[in-house]
Write a protein that binds this ligand. Structure first.
Ligand code: NAD
Length: 472
């Protein structure tokens, strides 16, 4: 089939590359000419495990092309995927300006081609972005405004994406389910033909109405964010009563009604999806005179959880509520491992707070230093206007970040942080800021074993697990 993907970010690029790998002819469109140039030259613009091999094959064999020209991609396409940003807008509602703007462009171009007498044939316009209930109708209206007719010239389908960054290629190539929202049998047929090669092992293609498909995506993300948040609250209580959240996790995760996934306590969720999607669903509920109370709690708890390490660092290493002169080694910048995506990253929330309080942060991430630099260039770190501001610098390795640090904070659970040479880390850090002379470690992702950390001579803090005095 011939496919256009509009928006070549995390979702659009992965979708385009994977559709091309399945033998389709794919044109990826983006307004960012720098991105298009880079992809044309064979340089990937995101880090995603496994993407490069398919990307190179698609380009080499001529099935995968990149352009800034929407018309050239639209003309031959059977299906046009809109993989555009839907950032939080006013009051947390999803900002649909990109999706509706491109829908308008698509309508105009199709209408012009029809008026010229050439006509580019029936198109399926696919909402791949995460969009609020009712968006398929709005996209349809934006195209029909140009004199085109839904059902004859085009149909709009909701096809939410469930891939996880860090495992996006696997998720796209072997989806647990494909959700297709449409009342049009013709459009559903196109979607089935497109997706059948991805579900050969028998996973379902679920065809439903547009609104239910749109709601499915938000409900899935809201449920996952709630599960994480619930466990974070259990952890917070474990700390207060002397229980160990790791043991509780195993105790409840073996219950098949609960399941073992998404039960890991930590410093909260981030990323480009959960925070904005929970907000958007909360907002949709309010617009429909419904107070979706649990979502409000999830957002508030997560906000606190992302900041929760900082008061603990202050208490252990600060002076008069400040961290001036305290050197903090920070492991992890991405919002989760295996990605360079730092949108809404808890690590960034921590860095902002530490630097505001005067700390000098020396950070390392295997992939996300570049995206972090870009973010803080756009939105600079700030002080409180009265005191001196700390600093942020970047280390070449995890060991270099810890070298000379008074405090080490683990913010992302990259595998390489799990089994470091603890003796080397301890020897390179200072113990001057803790009462017992043992270097301070704040593990926001529970990657270390508390007993082993105590034996290795650290004053170790984690989330929801008892503190064990260091062997110094
Ligand atoms: P992104 O910001 O990485 O990519 C969006 C791309 O669209 C950018 O490259 C941007 O330049 C381009 N763009 C903006 N306006 C354009 C225009 N007028 N024409 C052409 N291109 C344009 O976003 P993303 O993370 O890929 O997310 C896209 C959508 O998918 C969002 O709705 C998101 O919620 C949803 N989603 C994301 C994920 C994820 O893990 N990132 C997972 C599932 C769903």
């Amino acid at each position: 089939m011939n496919i256009a993907v509009v928006g070549t970010g995390y979702v659009g690029l992965v979708s385009g590359v994977c559709f091309a790998e399945m033998g389709n002819q794919v044109a990826c469109v983006d307004i960012d000419s720098g991105k298009v140039d880079s992809l044309r030259d064979g340089r990937l613009t995101i880090y995603e495990p496994g993407l490069e091999v398919y990307f190179e094959r698609g380009r080499r064999e001529g099935r995968l092309t990149f352009t800034t020209d929407l018309a050239s991609a639209l003309e031959p396409a059977d299906a046009v995927f809109l993989a555009l940003p839907t950032p939080p807008g006013e009051g947390g509602a999803a900002d649909l300006r990109y999706v509706l703007g491109v829908a308008d462009d698509v309508g105009r171009l199709l209408a012009e081609a029809k008026a010229d007498g050439e006509g580019w044939g029936y198109k399926v316009i696919v909402d791949k972005s995460t969009v609020p209930v009712g968006t398929a109708d709005r996209v349809t209206a934006a195209i029909e405004r140009h004199g085109l007719e839904a059902g004859t010239d085009f149909d709009v389908v909701s096809n939410p994406e469930f891939l996880r960054e860090g495992a996006a290629v696997d998720d796209f190539m072997k989806p647990e389910r494909v959700v297709v929202g449409t009342d049009s049998e013709r459009a559903a047929d196109v979607m089935r033909r497109l997706y059948e090669p991805f579900v050969r092992s028998g996973n379902p293609i679920l065809v439903m109405d547009e609104k239910s498909a749109e709601m499915t995506k938000y409900a899935a993300n809201a449920m996952l964010a709630t599960k994480i948040t619930f466990m974070n609250e259990v952890a917070n209580l474990c700390e207060r009563v002397g229980a160990d959240v790791d043991k509780v996790r195993r105790g409840i995760g073996t219950d098949s009604r609960i399941g073992p996934k998404f039960l890991y306590a930590g410093i909260g969720f981030g990323g480009s999806c959960f925070p904005k999607d929970v907000q958007a669903l909360h907002r949709t509920a309010r617009e429909n005179d419904y107070d979706f109370q649990i979502l409000g709690a999830v957002l508030d708890v997560n906000d606190e959880q992302r900041r929760s390490m900082v008061p603990r660092v202050l208490e252990a290493a600060g002076t008069d509520g400040r961290l001036d002169g305290v050197r903090v080694g920070l492991w992890g910048l991405a919002f989760k491992p295996h990605t360079d995506d730092v949108r809404e990253s808890p690590a960034h929330v921590i860095i902002r707070e530490l630097v505001r309080l005067g700390a000098d942060v020396h950070a390392f991430d295997p992939e996300a230093a570049g995206t972090t630099k870009e973010t803080f260039e756009r939105e600079p770190l700030e002080g409180d206007g009265t005191n001196s501001v700390g600093s942020l610098s970047y280390a070449e390795s995890a060991y270099a970040a810890a070298d000379g640090a008074d405090v080490l904070v683990v913010a992302t659970e990259w595998p390489e942080f799990r089994r470091p040479d603890l003796e080397r880390v301890r020897a390179s850090m200072t113990g001057g800021r803790s009462g017992d002379g043992a270097p301070l470690v704040f593990d926001g992702r529970n990657v270390f074993d508390p007993e082993r950390m105590a034996e290795a001579g650290f004053t170790y803090h984690s989330v929801g697990r008892p503190h064990i005095a260091p062997a110094v």
